[in-house]
Design a protein. Structure first.
Ligand SMILES: [Ca+2]
Length: 134
């Protein structure tokens, strides 16, 4: 599980704009240690389920306000928020995601966050493969 934590730490750095080099583990170990959905459709359903679980807590049931976003980040992406600047990270994510500036995050904006994190995670894995093959 250590390698998954490393990936999460890397993503945190990406979000904060202060990327720092990590010593990557062999990618085969990294992938095996991470829990993955059985298939892509399952992953898509998980995304939808997770979004509405938090968006329905208050106000507009189809959008995440800042409070709901913060709860979602804390419960689903806790390693992201590990660190002293929790509030500013939530603030930055909210500002970055809220493309239409209505103070809430809709499903489309949420997917952008997940996609960005997945891309960052993929870069971590690709770098691990490249370093392992040196
Ligand atoms: Ca809501």
């Amino acid at each position: 599980m250590q390698t998954c934590s490393s990936a999460a730490a890397l993503i945190t750095d990406v979000v904060r704009g202060e990327l720092q080099p990590l010593s990557p583990a062999p990618v085969s170990d990294t992938i095996q240690d991470c829990k993955m959905s059985a298939n892509l459709q399952g992953a898509m359903e998980d995304l939808i389920t997770v979004f509405y679980k938090y968006s329905g807590k208050e106000g507009d049931k189809y959008k995440l306000n800042k409070k709901e976003l913060k709860i979602m980040l804390q419960e689903e992406l806790s390693e992201f928020l590990a660190g002293p600047n929790q509030a500013s990270v939530v603030e930055k994510i909210m500002t970055d995601l809220d493309e239409n500036k209505d103070g809430e995050v809709d499903f489309q904006e949420f997917v952008v966050l997940v996609a960005a994190l997945t891309v960052a995670c993929n870069e971590f894995f690709v770098d691990s493969i490249k370093n392992a093959n040196k």
